[in-house]
Each structure stands twice: as C-alpha cells, then as structure tokens.
Design a protein around this ligand. Structure first.
Ligand SMILES: [Zn+2]
Length: 422
C-alpha cells in the first residue's frame, strides 16, 4: 500500500525542507521532489507536515472507568489532536501492574487501529508504594516506562530500587513529584488566589521537594528519571542545574501549565482544578525561558477525562484533571506564534524528544526508514472547539467553546489516513 504526500513543507526537529513523501507498507520510503502513483495522494500545499505527535502522559481510564473514557474513544481523541502514539498511565482499575493488563490495553488499541498505545506500567503493585512490579515482564509485553502517577511514590528507598531495576532494562521511571504530606488538602496553588478564594493552597515546595529528591536519586543510581508535569520556576531551575551537572533527568510540561495561571480559579470553576495546580505568571515565564534553553524536554498533556457527575461538584470535592489531547496542538502552536518555540523546536517538544524518552527510535522524525506516522497541520485554522468537535466521552476542559487556532488537517498512521478534518 502506497501513500503519497506532495508539496510538503517538512518540519523535523533539526531541519525544514520542501518535498514529497512516499510511504510504502507503513514505512517512509522516499523523500524527494519526484511524483509517484499511490493508493492515496494528499496535497499538503500551505500546511506544515510534521512527525506524528507523541503524548507520553495520558489517562485513558481503561480498564475500569470506561464511562469517563476508554481506549477506543481515547484513540479517536488522539488522532483528532494530531497524535499518533500515546502513553497511558497505570492508575486504572485494576492497576496496570502486570503483563496481562498491559497486553489487554495494547490489544484493544491495535484492534481499533488508530494509534500506537504504549502503556506505562506501575512502579509498585497496586500503586501501593511498597513492592516493585515485574518490570522486565511488562516491558516484554509492550510497556515502555514505569510510573505510579496518580499516587505519588513517597518512599525514597522504593524509588531508588525502582530506578535501579528499570535501568537494568534501559527504561525510565516517570515521576509525579508531590510530597503528599506537604500538599495535604491543597486544591489550588498556595498564594494570593488561595487567600482570596479561601480554597486550600498547595505550595510549590510540595512539588519542588520531590523534584529535588528525584534529581538526587538519579544522581545516586545513575538511572534515568523523567519528571512529569513540571510547573514551578524554582523546580525548573533545579532541573536546569541538574542537567548542567550531567544528571540523567528529563521533564515534561503540560499545555495548561504554560497557558493558564491560578487566577483562572477565582470563580471556582472545577475545569481549572488539576494536579499539580495552575501556578503564577512568574512560573509561566520560567517555563517559556526553559523551552528556549533546552531545560524542558517535551510537551505532554496529562489528558484526564472525568464524567460530568464527578467533575461538576463544588471545587473542594471535584477530582483533579482536564482533557488535553485535542487541545495540545493549538495551545502548543501559540508558543510558536509568541516566538517561544521555532517550528523545529515545536517538533522536538511534541515528537522527537518524546520518542527518545520512551526508547522508540523508529519514530519522531520524517526520514527514510522511519514509521510513516505524520501529522499535516493547518497552522492558521480558526475554529470553536465545541461539543461536536470534542471526541472524548467527557468534556471537562476550560477550552470547550473557546476559539482555538491550529489543527490537524490529516493524521496519518503508518501511511493510513486515520483522521481528516471534515
Ligand atoms: Zn500526575
């Protein structure tokens, strides 16, 4: 089967070129100015053609909480957002702490055939923070990394052993950095806004204490730790220094944390409650600086669907989290428009580096021999992100009914068009 993309502005992490792309049997076969006969031909004039986006932090609620989202609806959300591969966290019911759950997840995604699902296995059994999972077994079944995201791993000794064990297999541990004792009861950032609203604050230090612990554990073990959804100015400074010292850490930032501040919570809208919470202007500024100097490795969404009945309660009671996969592209393109990211850097943050973090060297680039996962982006497309466009089973996002700019015109998975803007 052949797919031919012509008149492409091909943007990779390291270069931009004009050309035509031939994908044959799922693999990029040729990039040139030649014309080819193909089963599918797409004219990409005026569009930006990038490697398929890879989101290394999502919650698909499957198995167990399929009324919020499942692997089928999650796949549809992903491709509508230009995402061709994503990593689902292990805090499902039951927990993904063994190879059977991992295999089930992958099998369900494969049967739908829209995306590659790369599960992140639990670090500890039942996310209980005590006994390590069979990491080698889970990797063999298709898991790509390990995380207890959802339940912060507080025991530093267990964290040390987990990193040592994962390192034996070349995998990283992804860490949700939160000192549960220090953040206890907190629902938004601790600061002026928590004082004004009377909502319980969650200090930045609760995140930073654990960022610093994980940096030290990475130093101690030489193992690789990926710091999830980093939000604070001082936390970023710690990561910058750690990297300068040659410590093996990487980190991600979510679109909501570089787009919104805690001021959004002034009217108690539960759509703005997430963990870690929205921070302040100085933190967003620090994130933008960190994009420029390479301190941040990638953008990941922490896509966290919740049903209306769960999410639309009073602020203290509502669960943490918002949808993310369908708004990642337009929000990240805002950084391009602001001059924070170049087009190449945008690709590095959304595809090239995420692929490296999960050890998938066969993607993240548009190059001969790589997998034919490609997103064709209409950078200037303006639209209202409404109920009809939202593919999720849930609709807990503050961006619903907002005007967004930039969208996937085509999402191509192994040469097959899996999404097309209608
Ligand atoms: Zn988390």
């Amino acid at each position: 089967v052949k797919t031919f993309l012509k008149n492409c502005k091909i943007v990779n992490h390291d270069k931009t070129e004009n050309g035509n792309i031939l994908i044959e049997d799922g693999i990029i076969k040729e990039i040139s100015d030649k014309e080819y006969e193909a089963d599918t031909v797409i004219d990409c004039s005026g569009k930006m053609v990038v490697p398929g986006l890879i989101d290394i932090h999502v919650h698909l609620r499957d198995p167990g909480l399929e009324y919020k989202e499942d692997i089928i609806s999650g796949s549809e959300v992903a491709v509508a957002g230009g995402i061709t591969a994503c990593c689902c966290m292990a805090n499902t019911t039951p927990v993904n702490d063994n190879r059977f759950i991992t295999e089930q997840m992958i099998g369900k995604a494969k049967a739908k055939g829209l995306i590659d699902l790369f599960p992140v296995g639990a670090v500890t059994k039942k996310l209980a923070g005590e006994e390590l999972t069979e990491m080698g077994d889970m990797l063999e079944a298709g898991a790509v990394a390990f995380s207890d995201d959802g339940v912060p791993l507080m025991n530093s000794e267990v964290m040390r052993r987990a990193v040592e064990y994962a390192t034996m297999f070349g995998a990283c541990v992804m860490s949700h950095c939160e000192d549960k004792k220090l953040s206890a009861g907190g629902v938004i950032n601790e600061g002026d806004v928590s004082t004004i609203t009377g909502l319980t604050g969650y200090p930045k230090e609760a995140e930073e204490v654990m960022i610093s612990r994980d940096i030290l554990i990475s130093k101690l073990t030489g193992g690789r730790i990926h710091l999830q959804h980093v939000t604070t100015k001082d936390g970023i400074e710690m990561i910058r220094r750690a990297k300068a010292d040659g410590i093996n850490v990487t980190c991600e930032v979510t679109p909501h944390h570089f787009s919104l501040t805690d001021k959004a919570t002034l009217d108690y809208d539960p759509n703005y409650k997430m963990n870690p919470p929205l921070r302040e202007d100085e933190d967003i500024q620090a994130i933008k600086e960190a994009f420029k100097d390479g301190t941040i490795d990638c953008i990941a969404t922490d896509h966290a669907p919740h049903h209306y009945d769960d999410k639309f309660q009073e602020f203290d009671l509502t669960p943490f989290g918002i949808l993310g996969m369908q708004t990642m592209l337009p929000l990240s393109l805002n950084l391009l428009r602001e001059g924070v990211l170049s087009e190449n850097k945008f690709v590095e943050m959304t595809s090239y580096n995420p692929a490296k973090i999960i050890n998938k060297d066969d993607r993240g680039e548009i190059a001969v021999g790589k997998i034919g996962d490609i997103t064709v982006i209409d950078v200037d497309k303006e639209y209202v992100f409404d109920d009809k466009l939202n593919k999720s089973k849930s609709f807990n996002t503050p961006f619903l009914n907002q005007t967004l700019k930039g969208a996937a015109s085509y999402t191509i998975k192994e040469g097959k068009v899996v999404y097309e803007w209608a």
